[in-house]
Design a protein around this ligand. Structure first.
Ligand code: ADP
Ligand code: MG
Length: 141
């Protein structure tokens, strides 16, 4: 993954392909924060990412469940959506960080609690006027 690398996604299928392409370089303990407005394509990205590891599990938005686990042929993927979580105590009470070291963690709306994570990759999704998406890869080390 190149720092500040940008790519345009023209369709849902594009977003899935982009996610599938970068997924193999991640492993247990990696945390990826997905940022972008509602409908920008974060959950589609997770669908593509997870499919790269031949998961048979159904990928759904955890807006209400807060967290979903998917079994894959590499490790568990922990898919978190913090849209409805507003303070850091609420986040800590979920106990999700106990699972971080054994999972690849993908967090929608996670930037507000970024200080909780030592290292993370940041992937931002922007909705363009022509309805394409600009996906930007960066990282904090
Ligand atoms: N290039 C694209 N990539 C991903 N989704 C797209 C794209 N173009 C249009 N869409 C649409 O935008 C929405 C993205 O939904 P979703 O992935 O759930 O967004 P988020 O999780 O960011 O709220 C879907 O309705 C999808 O059909
Ligand atoms: Mg979503």
């Amino acid at each position: 993954m190149y720092k500040n690398h940008q790519i345009i996604s023209n369709s849902e299928e594009d977003t899935i392909r982009i996610a599938q392409k970068i997924a193999p370089q991640f492993g247990p303990g990696d945390v990826i924060i997905l940022e972008g407005d509602l409908g920008a394509g974060k959950t589609y990205f997770v669908k593509g990412f997870t499919s790269a590891f031949h998961s048979k599990d159904l990928i759904t938005s955890p807006t209400f469940s807060i967290a979903n686990f998917y079994r894959t042929n590499k490790c568990n993927i922990l898919h978190i959506d913090l849209y409805r979580i507003t303070d850091i105590d609420q986040f800590n009470d979920l106990g999700l960080t106990d699972y971080f070291s054994q999972s690849i963690v993908l967090i929608e709306w996670g930037k507000k609690f970024a200080s909780c994570f030592e290292n993370y990759f940041l992937i931002s999704f922007e909705i363009n006027n022509d309805h394409t998406r600009t996906i930007t890869f960066s990282e904090k080390l």
